[in-house]
Design a protein around this ligand. Structure first.
Ligand code: B16
Ligand code: MG
Length: 220
């Protein structure tokens, strides 16, 4: 059978959350707002605009539209400076093994990320050619938990949603996959990602037998 495997980027393929954190923390500091790693967790899978809105809410701050736009640009410039230094060593353990296994089994592989910088990051870590479709923040109008990003991926691959499997590290992303009627696989903490159909700490725990089962079973 041919299934589609859709990978989130940040937190699944690479850990760019640490760079988002540094850039958001710098921005928050300039506004006199404190920003913790716990708060950064809540920004995982959340769009850039919504992330800044949340930080301003936490700090009880209102700013003009112009300032909002400038802060978004400044944040992204700092983030881009961090990701410009990325290389293949930043790929999370066993991600290439799983990607290569899927490709060797003729399975469809796509990226489904909220990031507008997804293509740059995939280039830096030399994984872009593994994906038959790339859907990112530049292609979608609705943020996760809306299923738009994954539904577009399925459509581009020509695979029905119920034949898609999504790897996600964020709660919103798991919800998006479930709403799309796709199999959801949480990568991370089971207590956080409990809505997922399956949960693993990382890809080292994902064995070929499990992938074979995914290829032959359907979400009920
Ligand atoms: P950008 P994902 C998400 O990536 C990140 O988890 C989230 O923290 C970030 O705000 C969002 O991308 C937008 O990123 O500023 O690069 O457009 O997990 O959906 O791959
Ligand atoms: Mg993510």
């Amino acid at each position: 059978m041919k299934k589609a495997f859709i990978f989130d980027l940040d937190g699944v393929i690479v850990d760019t959350a640490k760079y988002h954190f540094l850039a958001w923390q710098n921005l928050a500091q300039s506004l006199g707002i404190s920003f913790s790693e716990e708060q950064n967790e809540q920004l995982k899978g959340v769009s850039r605009v919504r992330s800044l809105e949340k930080i301003l809410e936490w700090g009880n701050k209102t700013i003009s539209e112009e300032e909002f736009t400038k802060l978004m640009t400044d944040k992204n410039e700092e983030y881009l400076a961090y990701i410009s230094k990325m290389d293949v060593t930043e790929i999370l353990p066993d991600v290439p093994r799983v990607l290569d296994y899927l490709i060797s089994k003729n399975q469809a592989v796509a990226l489904g990320s909220a990031s507008k910088n997804a293509r740059i990051i995939l280039d830096k870590v030399a994984l872009k050619n593994k994906f038959q479709a790339i859907v990112d923040g530049t292609n979608v109008s609705k943020a996760k938990p809306d299923p738009e990003v994954f539904l577009i991926g399925a459509k581009e691959l020509g695979i029905a949603p119920e034949d898609c499997i999504v790897f996600e590290d964020s709660v919103a992303g798991i919800q998006a996959a479930n709403i799309a009627n796709m199999i959801s696989i949480g990568i991370g903490d089971a207590s956080v990602l409990h809505e997922a159909d399956y949960i693993f700490n990382d890809f080292t725990e994902i064995k070929e037998e499990f992938i074979n089962t995914l290829v032959t079973t359907q979400k009920v």
